[in-house]
Design a protein around this ligand. Structure first.
Ligand SMILES: *Cc1c(COP(=O)(O)O)cnc(C)c1O
Length: 348
């Protein structure tokens, strides 16, 4: 018996989408909330750390939560083709769900700035991948206008159905933890996810976490209050200079008595390595940004970890960006097929 069927069948009555549409699903959601005691002891002394491992969604990122609802709704409304701009994960997710529904899918990605595993996914699922000589922000402007001028559904997170699916992650966190955490920490790019979590928590009840958002220092418009024309960071999923849900994110941060800060790429990669080496959890660099933000907030004294429960959202899987994993590590040593030589190189 299949007891899990995906977000829509589980939560439909709480989602503002068609109540009768047949779900287009890959059985997304229901991702683990992992205790992280070793990393927690280092970074939140006296507190408890959990990791919401969204990289275990069907296409390897949390984007699948919003895509099941967006594609279900678009198909139900009669669309047979979809389009999005993407830093990579939205493209792979849209491509997969469109394939599942038998729809065509076009994705615009920034030329040369998309991680290999994301491009591989979009191509494998049969999307029409278009590289633009510009940023994600350029792409989003283009697809918004294209969707107005042509009969094609826009599935970026400006589409309200996306947030309907994404907000379910907040409910899962509370169900898994048995209570609402004190802090929810996550990376902020286009700010759809932070908005969706807040929507989920506020719909669920009076108890809410404080939100800790983190942006990459080279792409931190919400932190600085200024659009970034040429965003730069190795955390390509959050390389965004003009977030579509900027205002909504500020509101969520304000209402939750939260906190948003910028972290450098070095701080992001430090968190990325510690997650993998202390907890065996391999996420993509962007996903480690929330953890980096938490580390910095505790170190600088703006967050007191004592007695607190922290949930860090790990938005995407590490295999999405194999280049980042290999680049930062020493290459494997090569030996002849001899046991003596093997024993001489082993570190025991
Ligand atoms: C999309 C994405 C983000 C940013 O989410 P927003 O909703 O754009 O703020 C962060 N990490 C990963 C892995 C993503 O794919």
């Amino acid at each position: 018996m299949n007891t899990w069927s995906g977000l829509i069948d589980r939560y439909r009555s709480r989602l503002e989408i068609s109540q009768t549409a047949e779900a287009v699903t890959l059985f997304e959601g229901n991702t683990p909330l992992l205790p992280a005691p070793r990393l927690g002891a280092e970074i939140v002394p006296g507190g408890k750390l959990f990791l919401k491992y969204e990289g275990l969604n069907p296409t390897g990122s949390f984007k699948d939560r919003g895509m099941t609802t967006a594609i279900t709704q678009a198909y139900h409304e009669g669309s047979r083709s979809v389009i999005c701009a993407s830093t990579g994960n939205t493209a792979a997710s849209a491509a997969a769900y469109a394939a599942r529904a038998g729809m065509s899918c076009a994705v615009l990605v920034p030329d040369g700035k998309i991680a290999l595993g994301k491009l591989a996914g979009a191509l494998a699922y049969g999307a029409h991948v278009i590289a633009i000589q510009g940023t994600f922000d350029d792409g989003l402007r283009m697809v918004r206008e294209a969707a107005e001028r042509a009969p094609i559904a826009l599935v970026n997170s400006v589409n309200p159905a996306r947030l309907q699916g994404q907000k379910t992650a907040a409910w899962e966190v509370t169900e898994q933890l048995g209570e609402v955490p004190d802090w929810l920490c996550l990376p902020v790019g286009n700010a759809g996810n932070i908005s969706a979590y807040w929507l989920g928590f506020t719909e669920a009840g009076e108890e809410r976490p404080r939100l800790l958002g983190a942006q990459a220092a080279g792409a931190a418009p919400i932190v600085t209050g200024k659009v970034v024309e040429q965003p730069e960071t190795k955390a390509t999923a959050i390389r965004i200079g003009n977030p579509a849900r900027w205002g909504q994110a500020l509101e969520a941060l304000d209402q939750s008595n939260g906190h948003i800060l910028a972290v450098t790429d070095d701080e992001i990669f430090d968190a990325y390595h510690r997650l993998a080496r202390l907890e065996g959890v391999f996420c993509e660099p962007s996903s480690a940004t929330g953890v980096a933000g938490l580390i910095k907030s505790v170190t600088t004294g703006s967050v007191d970890p004592e007695g607190k429960i922290f949930v860090c959202v790990l938005t995407g899987h590490g295999l999405k960006d194999p280049d980042s994993a290999v680049e930062g590590a020493a290459p494997p040593i090569s030996i002849s097929p001899s046991v003596d030589e093997l024993l001489s190189v082993l570190k025991l």
